[in-house]
Write a protein that binds this ligand. Structure first.
Ligand code: PLP
Length: 430
């Protein structure tokens, strides 16, 4: 196995998350001294003799910016040794599922991202005979989950929190059930919603972490990209995935890698502020007479708030513990996603979404700017109404991606939009 196939990363000893975010994969150029890596646009690389090159031959197979970003990601996702970059979160998903080969079976959390559901149940099912059992991995008991495993179960697919109802899956529990299953399936966690800052699934025993880097890791709503991160000990799987990364060719551009790496350098700063802002907005929603229910796992009132705390990454735990010594309202920052049910229905929801001044009505999440959307008609509109109802995605469920603007402005914006949407003409709620 040549060193160019694998990018095992030696982490600097003792450096904390923020230090690694800024330094790993970002060595000053030995040629020019440039502190920030240059963008390497070349598609091909000179060879001094046939097969005698400096580690790069053709940019689909590898380029300096992708290597640099992969080094950063392998370091940031605690427990990671290898990272692979892809052209989108969706092509990352496609590559993992293709690596399972024909006629495999997988177990997936039932409330999985819609595009992942579509790839499992339409593309992989039709083209490689993949069978998926969707299970409520949050609430199902051990027996039910174990009964879903078959002799050909190769993978368990977890997302936590789920989208948009923010259900939490106990990753450690699912890993131990998977290890006890006869086929010992791999466990993959889509860690997009929490980012490597709040959650470290590899430390909880997962085999693979995936990200839509489009969201928090890049963080500026200007790159579509995905990534996989794997721990040491999975070299054969890494080699297989890297083979597919090159053979399928769903690779990111050098420019996107450069942007995503720049974004990742401030991930720790942004995630702390996403979290404190989201907690403040969630508390304001909880206080409001115009809101039926608030779902934010960091709120003390969330039914799985203790699981959220227990499963924090070591670096997030440090931040959260410090935060809680200064704040005695209960609850803690836990990424930037909130869902809530506004009093009323589609009309009130639409009024709220068109009255906010700072929360822009748009799909996606994880950028520095605050966004708001109506899952039933936007991100989850393709799910049949009956299934949407079962998942709790009604016409009054609003999803917020809380950005890193100033906390007071965001709280004021939500309060004025609620008053305009529900307060006016509904004085009895006040
Ligand atoms: C949790 C999750 N996983 C995967 C994806 C797919 O990522 P991408 O849009 O980068 O293809 C998304 C996109 O919204 C997502 O929210």
């Amino acid at each position: 196995m040549s060193p160019s196939i694998l990018n095992g990363i030696k982490k600097p000893h003792g450096d904390s998350f923020g230090t690694r975010a800024i330094h790993v994969g970002s060595d000053p150029s030995p040629e020019t001294g440039a502190v920030i890596p240059a963008i390497s646009l070349s598609t091909t690389y000179k060879q001094n003799g046939v097969g005698n090159h400096k580690g790069f031959e053709y940019s689909r197979s590898g380029n300096p910016n992708r290597n640099a970003l992969e080094a950063t990601l392998a370091s940031l996702e605690a427990g990671g040794a290898y990272a692979l970059g892809f052209a989108s979160g969706s092509s990352t998903t496609a590559t993992v599922l293709q690596s399972l080969g024909p006629n495999a079976h997988i177990v997936s959390v039932n409330d999985v991202y819609g595009g992942t559901f579509r790839y499992m149940s339409r593309v992989a099912k039709e083209n490689q005979g993949l069978e998926t059992t969707f299970v409520d991995l949050e609430n199902a008991d051990d027996e039910t989950i174990s009964a879903a495993f078959r002799p050909n179960t190769k993978l368990v697919w977890i997302e936590s929190p789920t989208n948009p109802t923010l259900r939490l899956v106990d990753i450690t529990r699912i890993v131990s059930l998977a290890r006890a299953a006869p086929s010992s399936p791999l466990v993959l966690v889509d860690n997009t919603f929490l980012s490597p800052f709040y959650s470290s699934p590899l430390l909880q025993g997962a085999d693979i972490v995936m990200h839509s880097l489009t969201k928090y890791v890049n963080g500026h709503s200007d790159v579509v990209m995905g990534a996989l991160i794997l721990p040491a000990g999975h070299e054969a799987l890494v080699e297989k995935l890297r083979f597919l990364q090159n053979a399928i060719g769903a690779v990111p551009s050098a420019y996107d890698c450069w942007l995503a790496q720049r974004g990742a350098k401030t991930l720790h700063l942004r995630m702390k502020t996403h979290g404190t802002n989201a907690l403040a907005v969630a508390r304001a929603l909880e206080r409001s007479p115009y809101v039926e229910e608030v779902i934010y796992p960091g709120l003390a009132s969330h039914p799985r708030n203790d699981l959220a705390y227990r499963s924090l990454s070591p670096h997030a735990r440090k931040f959260v513990d410090q935060y809680m010594t200064r704040d005695d309202e209960g609850g803690f920052p836990y990424s930037g996603m909130i869902s809530f049910r506004i009093r009323g229905g589609a009309e009130e929801a639409n009024k709220f979404l068109t009255t906010t001044r700072l929360f822009t009505l748009a799909e996606s999440l994880g950028g520095v700017e605050s966004l708001a959307e109506l899952p039933a008609q936007m991100t989850h509109g393709s799910i049949p109404p009956a299934e949407r109802a079962l998942l709790g995605i009604g016409d009054n469920l609003i999803r917020l991606s809380v950005g890193v603007e100033d906390e007071d402005d965001l709280v004021a914006d939500v309060e004025q939009a609620l008053a305009a949407a529900v307060g006016v003409g509904h004085k009895h709620y006040a």
